[in-house]
Design a protein around this ligand. Sequence first.
Ligand code: PEP
Length: 250
Amino acid sequence: MSAPRKIAAGNWKMNGTADALAEVEALLKEHAKPGCDMVLCPPATLLHRMAGIADKGALAVGGQDCHARSSGAHTGDISAAMLQDAGATHVITGHSERRTDHGETDEDVRAKTEAAHAAGLIAIVCIGETLEQRDAGTTLDIVAAQLGGSVPDGATAENTVIAYEPVWAIGTGRVPEIDQIAEVHDFLRARLESRFGEKGALMSLLYGGSVKPANAAEIFAVTNVNGALVGGASLKAADFGGIVAALGKS
Ligand code: PEP
């Protein structure tokens, strides 16, 4: 590997039943050779079925969260090994909705990410500031602390992807200025390089927050943006395909 991999990752969140798999078929039909890695993270109930479809094309599937332990009395939770068993190769850890809805701390996210690595999964570790933190001018301090606390020492370019997702841009239609995205991504790259050396230089850094086909090319032109983590626009093949196409051309 001589450059970070380009990755378009979609997070379906708590959306989708079996009929939504038609979107995956359509995506693979249109984007058989996408020019970037494509990953979709459906709800756990669809993971195995989506993995069966993905097997036939250029798509990887992932979970949206995993438990830090490999098994045990944790009703409703799913371990990284179970995701892997269902056909996942990736898992999102530390999404801001998990941090907010379930009170996940950086320490929790680090433990989940370690569990993902132990199960052979690629962790997509999410970090990002709230609007209050951005307005207070503490964005870089916040993301530095999250990066340091959430990413384990064993992270490599092969097992870890970082997603910078300003909380105020998720699902809101608001996107930071291009210079703001560039500032944070350059900062994160420098931090990754100083901690992990060459491995940090090669880790993919995704931007997430209201990415759509209309703004994707401009975002992907930013140095140190190696792709996107996409929520709403990953649900429809036409929208996600537009983002994939823009990344493939970038
Ligand atoms: C997300 O949830 O990670 C996300 C980026 O959502 P959206 O694209 O809908 O803003």
